[in-house]
Design a protein around this ligand. Structure first.
Ligand SMILES: [Zn+2]
Length: 390
């Protein structure tokens, strides 16, 4: 019967060993795989390391690292568990695996870079379990969502589903701008609110609903008119803006401010039975003025209040906006950058149109000069002075 020493010696004969100095030169190029237990990992780890305890290695490695040609540096605390882990990965067909001698303790003793990883609490691990199961999200992605800040313009038809799903997904900070009160006529589509809240400030009603869904979320409310005088202060520091506004002056104002601050905007709009979604990613794709240099004449663009809207429609469009915001935060898939997704509820069809950046765009073009100013109801190109604050 072979002893532990015999097994270790045999395993070492089958794997490649490098020392921490050599391993450090591979930071950023190779995937560092930490096979210790959670309590060890939480106390300190190599920056960017993928965490997968030895006990789950065989069953979960394909989820964590699907490409078997990925260069992998395995480490544990002292360099024993990692020997067997490296041997196992070789047997599973991983072709470029090395183990780091001395493990994390030698790495740390030698003064090499390490961090205390932000980890999820047991409650969070349970709450976000379906996210964590997705290798494209995982604990790291969930952590990103918890650290992300999304600003919602409007707690109405589009803002309601967007806010509900973003809160449920664990986006850590949700800002909401709205200066309206809840009216019974809102409840046909604005599912953040309810009968008990009629007459209440919409931002307060939204905050109650969202906090009840997920106490992880910090809801920051802005019960103000969104204007040239406050827009730059309000949007500052947000990672993504979800635009649920329903008027052209605000959309142009938001466009210009988001270009200045370089914050991507997930734009949504609804009209009767149709909706549209696109992403304006400053200078990486078209902006709102590239798409629509001038607003349509008012008789062709009545607001929701005048034209009516089917109640489920904002639920679909606002949910797509939430999804796009999450994709941007997680750098996942292809956001609707340079593409306009148009939805027709009566046909039950989606169509997608290319939108190109306009080199002579007055806002994001080469010689553009961005002026943050109020526009009148017709969005005429001449700015008017912002109204006096009262
Ligand atoms: Zn533009």
């Amino acid at each position: 019967m072979p002893s532990f020493r015999d097994l270790l010696k045999a395993a070492k004969g089958e794997i490649v060993e490098i020392d921490p100095a050599e391993a450090e030169t591979r930071l950023g190029r190779a995937t560092f795989l930490d096979v210790r237990e959670l309590d060890e990992f939480e106390q300190g780890a190599i920056p960017g390391a993928v965490f997968l305890p030895r006990g789950h290695l065989e069953s979960k490695i394909e989820n964590q690292i699907s490409d078997r040609a990925t260069p992998i540096v395995i480490y544990c605390a002292s360099g024993v568990r990692s020997v067997f882990a490296a041997k196992t990965l070789g047997e599973l067909g991983y072709t470029d695996v090395v183990h780091m001698a001395g493990g994390f303790s030698r790495w740390k003793d030698q003064g090499r870079p390490w961090i205390t990883p932000a980890t999820l609490s047991p409650e969070q691990r349970n709450r976000y379990h379906r996210h964590i199961l997705l290798p494209e999200v995982g604990e790291e992605g969930q952590q990103k969502l918890l650290e992300a800040k999304v600003l919602l313009l409007g707690a109405g038809g589009l803002g309601s589903p967007a806010a509900l799903y973003l809160a449920a997904a664990g986006v850590g900070t949700l800002g909401i701008v709205d200066m309206d009160v809840v009216d019974a006529s809102n409840l046909q589509r604005q599912i953040l609110h309810n009968m008990e809240r009629v007459g209440e400030r919409k931002v307060d009603s939204a905050k109650k609903t969202l906090t009840a869904i997920n106490p992880d979320v910090d809801v920051v409310t802005y019960d103000v008119r969104f204007g040239a005088d406050n827009i730059l202060d309000i949007i500052d520091g947000y990672d993504v803006i979800v635009d649920g506004t329903d008027n052209f002056p605000t959309r142009y104002l938001l466009n210009d401010a988001s270009l200045l601050k370089r914050i991507p905007v997930v734009h949504g709009s609804i009209f009767r039975f149709e909706g549209q979604v696109t992403v304006f990613d400053p200078y990486n794709g078209p902006c709102y003025r590239c798409l629509l240099p001038e607003p349509p004449p008012p008789e062709l663009a009545p607001s929701c209040a005048e034209a009516g809207v089917l109640g489920v429609l904002p639920g679909i469009i606002g949910s797509i906006q939430a999804l796009e915001a999450i994709k941007i935060i997680l750098d996942l898939g292809e956001p609707l950058r340079g593409r306009l997704l148009a939805y027709d509820a009566l046909e039950q069809s989606f169509r997608s149109f290319k939108v190109r950046r306009d080199p002579s765009c007055p806002a994001c073009g080469e010689n553009a000069q961005i002026v943050i100013a109020e526009y009148d109801d017709l969005c005429m190109p001449h700015p008017i002075a912002p109204p006096e604050a009262d």
